[in-house]
Design a protein around this ligand. Sequence first.
Ligand SMILES: Cc1cc2nc3c(=O)[nH]c(=O)nc-3n(C[C@H](O)[C@H](O)[C@H](O)COP(=O)(O)OP(=O)(O)OC[C@H]3O[C@@H](n4cnc5c(N)ncnc54)[C@H](O)[C@@H]3O)c2cc1C
Length: 518
Amino acid sequence: MTINAGPFAGTTRLTSRRREVELDALAVAPAVDLLVVGGGVTGAGVALDAAARGLRVVLVEARDLAFGTSRWSSKLVHGGLRYLASGRIGVARESAVERGVLMTRTAPHLVRPLPQLVPLLPGLLRPGQASLVRAGFLAGDALRLSARTPGAVLPRMRRVDAARARQLVPGVRAAGLAGALVAHDGQLVDDARLVVALARTAAQYGATVLTRVRAEEVTGTSARLVDSLTGQSLALTAGAVVNATGVWAGEVDPSIRLRPSRGTHLLVDAAALGHPVAALTVPVPGSTSRFVFALPQQLGRVAIGLTDEDAPGPIPDEPQPTEAELDFLLDTVNAALTTALTRADVRGAYAGLRPLIDTGGGSTADISRQHAVLESPSGVITVVGGKLTTYRRMAEDAVDTAVRLRRLPARACWTARLPLVGAPGHRDSRPAPEGGVPASLLARHGGAAREVLAAGGAEPIAEGIDVTRAEIAYAVTHEGALDASDVLDRRTRIGLVAADAARARAAVEEIVAQSRTR
Ligand SMILES: Cc1cc2nc3c(=O)[nH]c(=O)nc-3n(C[C@H](O)[C@H](O)[C@H](O)COP(=O)(O)OP(=O)(O)OC[C@H]3O[C@@H](n4cnc5c(N)ncnc54)[C@H](O)[C@@H]3O)c2cc1C
């Protein structure tokens, strides 16, 4: 049985009305099988896993879906090549398997194959480094094959000549270019959209998904849930509580010790690199394993990242990049460009904190990205570490642990076969209507494009911003956006460039106000 067997049973729609009705229902019957704290990729994945196994699930998110680290990633669904280089074969294989699951079954509409190009330029690679990169790419191919991801989904590595390299990344330095090595990985159209798709699919399977609700006084079987919109609270009891609050995990459960590391990206216009279709990969001078990437993005931008800096102290709501990080990124990428980028090219910048488990000394770059499921003395089950790519496996491990420790009445995990909303094979997915659907809308919504267009017009929200008015309305009528900030900063990523947000805000606010009543 599901707790929302009422008016919203079986629907993926998240609305403010649903939120109110489900909060009221919870106040009357405040007992569930599983409480999930945190609405990032990990918590949304846990909620889906548990609800699909038939458990009664509540997910609470203090701010908005994908408010935390999950929206500040590089948006890569990666096969774990980096872990292979350091001999962590288990982590690498897990990544490659989960990449294949996302790209072939659960969310192929949100993940595309991205060519990654390492230019063979004098002075850029150290002697012998090209052979190392080639060997790494070949090992990545072997990993892909062992994960049974076909070459039709992710093509094998190859060497290309200089002309082809400049077609893929027109801005790459021409002088002395002897070609490039090219390998493929997965790239999300947007990380926050994966989180929203997970939360909506969890809701379809009966999970109650509540944003603007903070969990306080959390124990292994209870929590106080505080609605930040009304100030009201309720005491919830649960068979198990999963803490999926990422870098905030230690605030929910003080026995957890993390060592956050900041990763920064900056954004430039795609035109500044000649509208690349591949990611440009530039080695960091002095390191054999670190690279700066220039990654083509939606909305006509390229993201250049990323850094890995210790970030001790209180956890900010929105981490800020430092000037030194921006200089480091520009200096590194400029070594591979014909025309150097300057600060004047930077349209925006963002930083996120990796929730790394504190393993003592060493640099944060050396700390394992493997996830952990930990039961604290108070009985809270924390799932932390890992990465976006492996969210599904993290969720499976966390729910398996909760089921085993608390004897919850659950079926076996089956999320590897469960298409998310918008994916081919999802119950509500429809072929896109002939013509008239902007390619960008299709890339963000997949099989839900027809439904999105029914919510409003296909014209852009502001001149030069490739997001339709329909998507703004749909964010409110289907995706749980409660205000203009949810829409600008998470359902769409217009907010990544402050000047774009300023241009779109009035129209977004108007549509949000109109759509709330629908
Ligand atoms: C710069 C950077 C780049 C990255 N790039 C990649 C990449 O390309 N590919 C990849 O696979 N991984 C990448 N990662 C890793 C990945 O982004 C993270 O591992 C992942 O997003 C963590 O998700 P999470 O759900 O655990 O945490 P979060 O996304 O931070 O979610 C935690 C949520 O808990 C909420 N919360 C906190 N306290 C409470 C409370 N008391 N009650 C209710 N809610 C609460 C917060 O508001 C937040 O929304 C990157 C990470 C960084 C920092």
